[in-house]
Design a protein around this ligand. Structure first.
Ligand SMILES: Cc1ncc(COP(=O)(O)O)c(C=O)c1O
Length: 436
């Protein structure tokens, strides 16, 4: 797959590798001073080990990578599924972008726009195996989900099938259309813990009616359950339905090939597992689905010029810094990221399983083929999840999340590459002590 303009430095901007190399002083990429350090103890960019793919999955293998993150000393951040922690290179790139705007706005905008067109979008297209013109940058997954949902051509009385585990961002655009346009939203109940693939498919199959026109579902649910996305898209294709996927919790934890998934549209958060700055995401619309999914904005759009992007000025310093996050993740390699995330969540799962006999802990996350690498959910008998999250944060400064949904009173722990087994152990020990 080739991308016009890739690696080309016509606009005087540095290429993607160079931006990453200088990213620790991020501003250097635009010839600017780095943003101020938080405190005197923070290592300077020169002290940060160069980023490379770690040799193994253990904590020591990832020490050098961990040095690229700015987490507050003494805190353990185990809530990456909520919002991710961008590395210092990304933080510095955002600051550099805003500085460029502050120094000469029109030039800053033009340089950053060129970087987005020539480096950010091609970088994302490579990472997710699509063509550049199939991607539209958005502010987050919610915006992309809204655009993909309102873009589907539907008539009053047409039906859309969603699942019981959808995030409000995946549900509300359809409810909006139900109220405004008289379409009907049907919901297929998908149990948690997740049943085997065959049962999920037959639940979908049974819920499709002659009026169903589209199916919309998560790749990875908020609780970290991994839906059999290729198989569901295959079923949708067989039945002549548009398939729309919420990938907010999927990208950045493992490799995703959007072309071979077979979906018509896919919506992404880049500020969770992809470690990009807050306020970033994208919408993918497969080229040959442009007859069924259309822009909500441009009267002159055509399948060749689909114009999915919301008009107007975007936060282009933030968007330009997506390229730094893409380089960061691509340098590590998504296979290595997945293996490291699995290593940590396997450790957590085995500690929780040990506790199940004595402390009334029930693991709700399934086997590897049914759970995402980084998110784990479980319940503890007699424990209110919301109260427990606050108590654990207060006692050991570990940030986790509650998962009081899908019929559960559960806790979600979402570990990323920079967490450690020591942090997981500290959390499990605190959980054992927490009651009520
Ligand atoms: C499954 C799922 N979809 C969509 C979203 C919304 O993502 P964003 O905040 O990027 O709009 C989230 C956020 O947690 C999510 O978990």
């Amino acid at each position: 797959m080739t991308h016009a303009g890739r690696g080309d430095d016509r606009h005087g901007l540095m290429d993607r590798r160079e931006w990453l190399r200088l990213g620790a002083t991020g501003a250097a990429a635009l010839g600017l001073p780095a943003c101020a350090a938080r405190d005197g103890d923070e290592p300077s960019a020169a002290d940060i080990p160069p980023l490379r793919t770690p040799a193994g999955t253990g904590d020591a293998d990832w020490d050098d990578v961990r040095a690229h993150f700015l987490v507050e000393p003494g805190k353990a951040y185990l809530n990456n599924a909520s919002i991710g922690m961008p590395p210092r290179e990304v933080v510095d790139a955002v600051a550099a972008g805003y500085r460029a705007i502050a120094e000469l706005p029109a030039r800053g905008r033009s340089d950053l726009s060129a970087r987005i067109a020539e480096h950010v979008v091609p970088g994302l297209a490579d990472l997710f195996s699509v063509e550049t013109d199939e991607l539209t940058l958005t502010r987050n997954a919610s915006e992309a989900l809204h655009l993909q949902s309102i873009g589907v051509t539907l008539s009053p009385g047409d039906e859309v099938l969603i699942t019981s585990q959808e995030h409000p961002a995946g549900r509300r655009p359809w409810e909006f259309r139900q109220v405004r346009e008289g379409i009907r939203v049907n919901e297929v109940f998908i149990p948690s813990p997740l049943p085997p693939e065959g049962e999920i498919l037959s639940r979908f199959g049974d819920a499709i009616t002659p009026r169903t026109r589209a199916v919309a579902f998560c790749h990875v649910t908020r609780g970290g359950h991994l839906y059999p996305v290729e198989a569901i898209c295959g079923l949708a294709r067989e039945r002549g339905l548009v398939s729309l996927v919420d990938g907010a919790q999927a990208v950045g934890q493992f490799s995703v090939d959007l072309t071979s998934l077979g979906c018509d549209a896919y919506s992404v958060s880049l500020h969770k597992w992809m470690l990009a700055p807050a306020g970033t995401g994208f919408l993918f619309v497969r080229r040959d689905a442009r007859d069924r999914i259309r822009t909500a904005f441009a009267p002159d759009a055509t399948p060749e010029q689909p114009q999915f992007g919301p008009p107007g000025t975007a936060a282009f310093p933030v968007r330009a810094a997506i390229g730094t996050a893409v380089d960061f993740v691509a340098t590590l390699g998504l296979e290595a990221v997945e293996a490291r995330c699995r290593f940590l969540s396997d450790h957590l799962k085995s500690r929780l399983t040990e506790m199940s006999g004595t402390s009334g802990v029930t693991l709700l996350s399934g086997a590897r083929d049914r759970s995402a690498p980084g998110s784990t959910i479980f319940e503890k008998e007699g424990l209110d999840a919301v109260a427990a999250v606050a108590a654990i944060e207060a006692s050991i400064s570990s940030h986790i999340d509650e998962h009081q949904r899908d019929g559960h009173n559960a806790i979600r722990v979402s570990t990323h590459i920079y967490n450690t087994t020591e942090q997981v152990d500290r959390f499990v020990d605190a959980l054992a002590r927490t009651t009520g």
